[in-house]
Design a protein around this ligand. Structure first.
Ligand SMILES: CC(C)(COP(=O)(O)OP(=O)(O)OC[C@H]1O[C@@H](n2cnc3c(N)ncnc32)[C@H](O)[C@@H]1OP(=O)(O)O)[C@@H](O)C(=O)NCCC(=O)NCCS
Length: 152
């Protein structure tokens, strides 16, 4: 299987604007009801660990690790792969890397979040031991989000 090149948004890389744009592109394509501006992404990169995945120079996906906090001891790990690159093991590579980082950050439990219109995401999470804990529709939205927790 091919290995991804993973770049961190917000690290001291010379191509930060491109990383922010690429992370935003993948996020907004996969989660259209939750549009994030470039400034939103920059702000998130100060709180969360955001990565962009490339195959050579080709954009493949992005990920989020939201660290545990004193209010919420669970970390959130989300992998996103562009539809054209799915079912080649990239989502697993990104998810496992995010999981390892969440554990390094001291997470007592791991959660993820899937948009209800992404059945592949729900199946992927459940196959890796996540169980549904909450389904909700945000104000003004019609598609539910599903929160899941890793049980193992
Ligand atoms: C979830 C998501 C990241 C998976 O990405 P992906 O790149 O397709 O993930 P993988 O290729 O690693 O695994 C997907 C399936 O393809 C299978 N697969 C992997 N390599 C394969 C290959 N070469 N041939 C056929 N199938 C393959 C895997 O076994 C896996 O099946 P399983 O989930 O039943 O175990 C992607 O569907 C996505 O971005 N969804 C929207 C975002 C989301 O909901 N994320 C979930 C929260 S983590």
């Amino acid at each position: 299987m091919s290995s991804l090149r993973l770049e961190t948004v917000g690290a001291a890389a010379p191509v930060q604007d491109a990383l922010v744009r690429d992370w935003q592109h993948v996020h907004n394509l996969i989660i259209p009801p939750h549009f994030l501006s470039l400034d939103d992404v920059r702000e998130r990169s100060t709180r969360n660990h955001l990565e962009v995945a490339y195959l050579g120079d080709t954009l493949v996906g992005c990920s989020t690790v939201r660290p545990p906090t004193s209010e919420s001891p669970a970390a959130t790990v989300i992998a996103r792969v562009l539809p054209a690159y799915r079912e080649r093991g990239f989502g697993t590579q990104m998810y496992e890397r995010g999981l390892a980082r969440a554990r390094e950050l001291g997470a007592e439990s791991i959660e993820t979040n899937v948009l209800g219109s992404n059945p592949e995401g729900l199946r992927f999470a459940k196959r890796r031991g996540f169980v549904e804990i909450e389904t909700y529709v945000l104000p003004g939205d019609t598609i539910p989000y599903i929160d899941l927790r890793l049980e193992s």
